[in-house]
Design a protein around this ligand. Structure first.
Ligand code: AMP
Length: 251
């Protein structure tokens, strides 16, 4: 896989937010499919000018390739299962190292880690690089809201920007506001696959949340946010958390 970091879909001109001094840390957004990890990662990335690594985007790009790895990823992702830890960890760790070598210790992780084994590998890597424990933001959303959001979610076929059919910008065959790309449903947002993704989330990822919750303060900071609030209200809570984490690190 190539070492590429995903960029924000919310240019600062659109979010109306000025870039702030980036604090040196790893911010992890964790939550079920449809909890708003991608949206919040993009908003935070724009606000603080921190690169974002989205494992879903990296894997979708890789899955498009006509290679044995691409074929295997297509099959796994279409089934709603998680991709194996080794493949995902190698992709993320190489990007963290690249970023660190370029002098950028701050990163946003969208969709990683999703298993306890991935969380432990990340922990080892951060320790080895001397990067402080992560700020883990858990976006907690009730199941019925997740199902509604995923049924209405559309994505730009070109740049991957996410839209909701209920919003004004994506009604009546609208196209992507950034590049005019067609808005399409993700293959894995169909009803049957969503059910399997939620099962994977409960089985594999809820224990990761518990892992971070238990290690709060010993190894980073864990906070739960009500992910059922408006995106702007959540973004504001996230910014408060960034400031809180700065103070906690300085203390
Ligand atoms: P997402 O875009 O984050 O919803 O991810 C889409 C799909 O990519 C998931 O359903 C998984 O199949 C795969 N995936 C993304 N991140 C991970 C991860 N950290 N570990 C394993 N599989 C992942």
């Amino acid at each position: 896989m190539t070492a590429r970091q995903t960029s924000s879909h919310f240019p600062r001109a659109i979010t109306g937010m000025a870039a702030e001094q980036p604090p040196a840390r790893i911010v992890i957004f964790i939550g079920a499919p449809g909890s708003g990890k991608g949206t919040q990662s993009s908003l935070l990335s724009s606000r603080y000018d921190i690169p974002c690594i989205s494992t879903g985007m990296i894997l979708r790009d890789e899955a498009k390739k006509n290679t044995p790895v691409g074929f295997r990823l297509r099959q796994t992702m279409a089934s709603g299962a998680l991709v194996d830890d080794q493949t995902v960890c190698d992709a993320v760790v190489s990007r963290i190292r690249d970023s660190y070598e370029q002098g950028k210790a701050s990163l946003i992780l969208d969709g990683f880690p999703r298993t306890v084994s991935q969380a432990k590998r990340l922990n080892d890597e951060l320790k080895a690089l001397g990067i402080p424990g992560p700020l883990v933001i858990h976006l907690d959303v009730p199941d019925h809201v997740l199902l509604q959001r995923l049924a209405r979610r559309r994505q730009c076929a070109t740049c991957g920007a996410v839209y909701n059919l209920a919003s004004k910008t994506s009604k009546n065959g609208a196209r992507c506001q950034f590049d005019g790309g067609a808005l399409v449903e993700r293959d894995d947002d169909s009803e049957g696959v969503v059910a399997r993704r939620l099962t994977s989330y409960r089985r594999e990822t809820l224990p990761v949340i518990e892992y971070f919750r238990k290690n709060d303060s010993a190894n980073g900071i864990y906070r739960r946010i009500d992910g059922n609030l408006e995106a702007t209200a959540i973004a504001s809570e996230v910014c408060d958390l960034m400031r809180f984490a700065d103070t906690a690190m300085a203390a």
